[in-house]
Design a protein around this ligand. Structure first.
Ligand SMILES: [Zn+2]
Length: 320
């Protein structure tokens, strides 16, 4: 994805050939922005912030201008204005001043600014390190100005890899229980998303089978679609950060369970309730390892039971 440059005033700046540009000026606030730095080996590089997780902008990369106060928040006039309910108007401030690196400062917010597992007031951010504000997670990278490849960190002080509660992919290399705790949001999300698909198929088949009325077919289709949509949407918001949305999956699953109970389908109702019960275990700040293992087993078990039910009803529908 192309690198984006934004002025500290929030004005996005057009630039087609960033590799040829050292400085840019903002037509709105007339500020002169330096966007390129040089390391000890005279290599030119950009400090780039990548959105690795969040409701919007995942994958977008922003070049950090040098020596400027770069604010992130939900209000207009920030360097990056992020759409989010949990962020403050001005949530945190970043400053890239080579050779010192990048400094990050929380602006006294309720949900905090997180570097690694800890909430920080003011901290240094190293290349390849992640930080999180609200439901957004960013990665800082120093990229070669010519080919946009990450600079080798051989010369830099080796730092412990940042491990965050919510990762875009499942980490490998650490112990299994560590991985479960670290990746719990990702695991919970995948469980809810799998459950959404399986539940949609199951309810579609069951409703199709329950009557030979032609209208029932459309009804079954839309019920399946509604379950898939609601659970998928809510599943994407299983995080620590979001104050209300993190409980949305729980609410959707309980609603689903109630409709299954009313429709005299006890087993899928139990599956939905079991999955709902594990979500609060996952969204605690740092759950114990025992709870994490317990939650994963229960969640996987209930999803598999529903998968068997869905398979049975699909076979029955095919045989009809
Ligand atoms: Zn400007």
């Amino acid at each position: 994805m192309a690198l984006l440059v934004s002025c500290p005033c929030g004005n996005p700046l057009d630039c087609d050939h960033l590799e040829l540009v050292v400085a840019l000026s903002c037509p709105k606030c007339e500020r002169e922005l330096t966007i390129e730095a040089e390391d000890d080996n005279d290599r030119s590089y950009h400090a780039v912030l990548t959105v690795v997780e969040g409701p919007y902008w995942v994958g977008e990369q922003f070049v950090m201008p040098l020596g400027e106060d770069l604010t992130l928040g939900k209000g207009q006039g920030n360097w990056l204005s992020l759409e989010s309910d949990v962020l403050a108007e001005k949530h945190c401030r970043l400053r890239f001043s080579p050779p010192g690196g990048v400094e990050i400062e929380d602006l006294s917010t309720e949900s905090g600014t997180w570097v690694g597992q800890s909430s920080v007031v003011k901290s240094r951010l190293d290349p390849d390190q992640f930080f999180r504000v609200g439901e957004y997670r960013f990665k800082l990278e120093f990229q070669d100005a010519f080919d946009n490849k990450a600079l080798s960190q051989a010369s830099a002080t080796p730092s412990k890899p940042a491990r965050l509660p919510a990762l875009a992919r499942i980490e490998t290399g650490t112990s299994l229980t560590d991985r479960l705790v670290t990746n719990r949001f990702q695991i919970a999300r995948r469980l809810v998303l799998s459950f959404a698909w399986i539940s949609a198929v199951y309810h579609f088949c069951v409703l199709q089978l329950s009557s030979d009325d032609a209208l029932r077919g459309y009804e079954a289709f839309f019920v399946g679609l509604a379950i898939l949509g609601a659970l998928s949407y809510s599943g994407r918001h299983v995080t620590l950060a979001h104050r209300y949305l993190k409980f949305l999956s729980l609410a959707v699953l309980v609603t689903l369970a109630i409709t299954d109970i009313v429709g005299a389908r006890p087993l899928p109702a139990i599956c939905a309730l079991v999955l709902a019960s594990i979500l609060p275990l996952f969204t605690t700040l740092v759950p114990s390892r025992v709870l994490a293992v317990f939650a994963v087993l229960l969640g996987t078990g209930s999803t598999m039971v529903l998968a068997i039910l869905a398979l049975n009803s699909t076979l029955a529908l095919v045989a009809q």
